[in-house]
Design a binder for this molecule. Structure first.
Ligand code: AKG
Ligand code: FE2
Length: 375
């Protein structure tokens, strides 16, 4: 295991200190901002930012790309073929629409690389390798390291602990491929680090859709973009581009995650309002919520309760929580996490009757009780 790096917060408290919508997205060097400053200035205010020079030491940054004096980098296709087997990868076709996304297919990785080679100097490519779980496909291959700023990640912490599908991806898009307008799954944050090429992002804070208060930003190799919760975005690969992306949430946006889930349930209920008198109506809505939204109340509570139990144990016996094999949470951070869980649990109590009908109330109350005992 590498040397542990301690990450902690300063005087941060789990209340949203407002949201700012600067037109210009700032660029800050990874060396010029601390974990604590990123936490309070960007995550707690849900503000987008680009952090530069985050990938210099990554294997993928050093080996996947041939950098010379020309402006355009070339992907080292033979290295990639030798290092990564001919695994199956998900590929979207940007020329074909499927609902509000692009049609998806599966391909062999080496076939995609041949396609990349053929089309790399053309403007007509439409195949986009995206949402590729390379990290979980090849767990021994440490081709990148999650930047410290994004280390507090309850979503992937829970999924990795449970050995379930995670939200950690690689994207590989020839020039001209793109991702259509969307906000991310569960209203989560996302970070995207560009390894090669250039991406053009159009970003829109939530609620600003009507005012069209958008920001345009170009992201080049080595830069990580922090996309806040609920921000709509559209992304164009203006050069052949490769990126590593995570979706995640933590104590700074957990209340937003809950409120979005609660809103998604309201939509489901409205859709099948006329069946309200049927038996198991609530359970049926939860099934539909899981199918359409990807998460339901019981799963949300499971994540919260998992993180709650781990943090309380850490706090009580002064043990370690280590994220991504490297980052150790400081004591104030652990306390911040527990307090933010307490806040979201209190919000969830507005649905006490529903939690009761779904037989989830005792689990919720257990969490509250265990927090009250320790704080
Ligand atoms: O790079 C892309 O094409 C899409 C990335 C994205 O939507 C994200 O990181 O949230
Ligand atoms: Fe996204």
């Amino acid at each position: 295991m590498p040397l542990l790096e301690d990450i902690d917060v300063g005087s941060a408290e789990p209340t949203s200190s407002g949201v700012s919508f600067p037109r210009e997205i700032s660029r800050i060097g990874a060396e010029d901002i601390s974990y604590d400053e990123f936490f309070s200035r960007f995550m707690q205010t849900n503000t987008a930012v680009i952090i530069t020079s985050v990938a210099d030491s990554w294997e993928c940054f050093q080996r996947w790309v041939l950098r010379d004096d020309t402006e355009i980098d070339k992907v080292d296709v033979s290295y990639l073929k030798a290092r990564i087997g001919n695994v199956i990868v998900p590929v979207a076709d940007c020329g074909k629409q499927y609902y509000n996304a692009h049609e998806k297919q599966e391909m062999k990785f080496h076939d995609f690389l041949d396609y990349w080679n053929t089309f790399r100097d053309s403007d007509n490519s439409s195949l986009y390798l995206k949402d590729w779980h390379l990290r979980s496909q090849l767990p021994e291959y440490k081709f990148y390291q999650t930047p410290m700023f994004f280390a507090s990640d309850w979503l992937n912490e829970f999924l990795l602990d449970r050995k379930r599908d995670d939200y950690m991806f690689v994207y590989m898009g020839p020039k001209g491929t793109w991702t259509s307008f969307h906000a991310d799954v569960f209203s989560s944050y996302s970070w995207s680090t560009n390894i090669s090429g250039e991406k053009k992002w159009l970003l829109l804070p939530p609620g600003e859709e009507v005012k069209l208060h958008d920001s345009l930003v170009f992201q080049t190799a080595g830069e990580a973009l922090f996309v806040p919760s609920g921000w709509f975005h559209q992304v164009h690969n203006v050069q052949n581009s490769i990126s590593v992306n995570h979706n995640w949430f933590n104590g700074t946006n957990i209340s937003r995650i809950w409120l979005s889930l609660d809103e998604a349930l309201d939509k489901v209920v409205k859709e099948i309002e006329d069946c309200r008198s049927m038996e198991n109506f609530d359970e049926h809505c939860q099934l539909m919520l899981k199918a359409s939204y990807g998460m339901n109340f019981s799963e949300f509570l499971e994540i919260i309760s998992h993180v709650c139990t781990k943090r309380i144990l850490t706090y009580a016996v002064q043990a370690n929580v280590v994220h991504f094999d490297r980052y150790r949470l400081g004591r104030k951070h652990v306390r911040f996490d527990i307090e933010s869980i307490q806040n979201v649990l209190n919000l969830m109590l507005a649905r006490t009757n529903l939690f009761d009908r779904l037989q989830l109330l005792s689990k919720l109350e257990e969490c509250i009780k265990s927090i009250n005992e320790i704080l």
